[in-house]
Write a protein that binds this ligand. Structure first.
Ligand code: ATP
Ligand code: MG
Length: 237
């Protein structure tokens, strides 16, 4: 049986497009993952396009030819986005843009502060996009906080995070990551600003009521750590 080439991609077009696409990406100084995000596809898809293993959609090809391979840097900086492969416009950063992850930690859940903390977050201007009551096991807690594995408090932190139920929440707002860090306050409640969640509800530096992602990159990792795409409600929800 004959092995079929990528659907809809003639040899000539493929020969012309695959190096053109890669040149275009490199001229934008984007990694495959970033370029994919920008176009609304996965890194693996970009990799297959560049390797000639998968058809480059007409919409992407058209975009490349319209811009002669350059997306005007200003457009990139201003987050003016191309069409996605399916022809829909995507928002920058895809589904996790303007979102961050909070976790109401076991100390706060156990002492019945969940309702107050959720109300505080909503009153601070966040919209809930996903929420679950769960209990982390050691493996998951260790994985979640692995950036701290060299820290002296790591074992105690994992043990605390598995000591009872916790509540991961996806929150949306403009500048969500930074905003939530402000709303929760410093790690140690003794140093947290008045009116912050930790000042109001945390017991100590370790038992500090709430977690918040500290960068857009980590927010994306942490959101997908807890929730599938289908569980994230979009802005219309
Ligand atoms: P989080 O990541 O939970 O939002 P954070 O970013 O304010 O908190 P990190 O430095 O990332 O603080 O520490 C992660 C968590 O580890 C803290 O929230 C706290 O529960 C615990 N922790 C941090 N430093 C200490 C410490 N010196 N002693 C005990 N526990 C600590
Ligand atoms: Mg942290």
């Amino acid at each position: 049986m004959a092995i079929k080439g990528p659907v809809g991609l003639g040899r000539g077009r493929r020969r012309r497009m695959t190096p053109a696409l890669k040149r275009w990406r490199l001229s934008l100084e984007l990694t495959q993952a970033e370029f994919g995000k920008w176009l609304g596809v996965s890194r693996a898809t970009v990799n297959r396009w560049e390797g000639g293993l998968q058809a480059i959609p007409k919409s992407v090809e058209l975009l490349e030819s319209l811009t002669r391979g350059r997306i005007i840097p200003a457009a990139k900086d201003q987050h003016i986005l191309p069409l996605t492969v399916s022809g829909r416009r995507v928002r920058e950063g895809g589904e996790t843009m303007n979102k961050t992850l909070a976790i109401i930690k076991p100390d706060a859940v156990q002492s019945g502060k969940t309702g107050k903390i959720v109300a505080h977050l909503e009153q601070s201007g966040f919209t809930l996009r996903a929420l679950r009551l769960t209990r982390l096991d050691s493996e998951r807690a260790a994985e979640f906080y692995k950036v701290h594995r060299e820290q002296p408090f790591y074992a105690a932190l994992v043990s605390f995070m598995t000591s009872g139920a916790s509540i991961p929440i996806v929150l949306e707002a403009d500048g969500a990551v930074r905003k939530l860090r402000e709303v929760i306050g410093a790690t140690d409640p003794a140093e947290a600003a008045p009116g912050t969640v930790r000042k109001l509800y945390a017991e100590s530096k370790e038992r500090n009521a709430i977690h918040a992602s500290d960068s857009d990159e980590n927010a994306e990792r942490e959101i997908t750590f807890f929730f599938s795409r289908r569980e994230l409600l979009d802005s219309g929800g």
